[in-house]
Design a protein around this ligand. Structure first.
Ligand code: ATP
Length: 273
């Protein structure tokens, strides 16, 4: 994060009392969370914790049952279009029109954002060069590998130059060189004052990249802070993020179930392992 910029303290993503219920089930149970401009924020949590639900609320795909979401100071529920234009969204599975080439796809996406076609073309070309997809610019997307499609989706999400990037599991299916490239790319964006809200199960990626981390479990934020702040909460100051994550989530499980995690394993499984 670029701490020299005085605007760095500005809150650009804010959830207040966010709730989502499905029938009687509370998937998100009153989340309050703020992310500042230029932060690379990692939103982590076990399967079923509520991460995707919150991302789907943020990106306007579903409505919360209760609470408020502010994006770049704009109330998402009151002014969805104005809020959404400030965001780029990179889903875990890219949705692309595969009968188009990357350049045709960028032209289409540019049209959705009413971008000048020349600007969309220029930005798209820059992104393809960056991701070493230049030679594929006029090939149909349907022939691309998963990683290549992911790079096209990433490029398309940035065409309208959003201030905030919401990224769901960005590294899945990327080769090690591409992972490095994407990490550097994210860090470069935050240096330029962009904000990234990232969810991942790859804790080494979160550890390398994130300024702050929030851990959600059973619909509640159970830990929030920098890696050092989370580490100071753990039993060992040498813990890496994986160990911290496991300890925090197991402790929360103990509180929820009233017994230690190992006691919940079937006897045969405990004995075997
Ligand atoms: P994962 O890491 O496995 O992707 P997640 O943290 O993204 O998990 P969510 O997909 O947000 O978890 O799900 C949170 C909870 O809400 C889960 O218990 C899930 O079963 C439930 N849920 C999500 N969508 C629906 C739905 N449309 N109807 C009913 N329950 C749902």
């Amino acid at each position: 994060m670029n701490q020299t910029d005085s605007s760095a303290q500005e809150i650009v993503i804010e959830f207040t009392g966010l709730k989502k219920t499905y029938g009687a089930f509370e998937a998100v149970k009153g989340v309050d969370l703020s992310v500042r401009r230029g932060e690379l924020f990692g939103f982590l949590g076990p399967n079923g914790a509520g991460k995707t639900t919150i991302i789907r609320i943020m990106t306007g795909i579903i409505r919360p049952t209760d609470g408020r979401v502010s994006i770049g100071g704009v109330d998402l529920l009151a002014e969805p279009e104005k809020a959404k234009i400030r965001m780029g969204y990179i889903p875990d599975r890219p949705y692309l029109y595969e009968k188009l080439t990357p350049m045709e796809y960028f032209d289409f996406i540019g049209g959705l954002y009413a971008l000048d076609p020349e600007i969309a073309k220029q930005r798209g070309e820059n992104m393809l060069r960056f991701f070493s997809l230049w030679d594929w610019r006029n090939e149909l997307i349907e022939g691309f590998s998963h990683g290549m499609k992911q790079k096209v989706a990433m490029s398309a999400s940035l065409l309208h130059d959003p201030d905030i990037l919401v990224v769901d599991e960005p590294m899945v299916g990327l080769d090690p060189r591409s992972v490095r490239l994407v990490k550097d790319f994210f860090l470069n964006l935050t240096k330029r004052g962009k904000t990234i809200f990232l969810t991942t199960h790859t804790l080494s990626v979160a550890e390398d990249l994130c300024d702050r981390i929030g851990i959600i479990q059973r619909g509640r934020v159970v830990a929030l802070g920098s890696l050092d702040e989370l580490r100071s909460r753990s039993s060992d100051v040498t813990f890496d993020l994986e160990s911290i994550f496991l300890q925090i989530t197991e402790e929360e499980d103990e509180v929820a179930h009233g017994n230690p995690p190992e006691a919940r394993l079937p006897a045969a499984v405990s004995n075997e392992f």
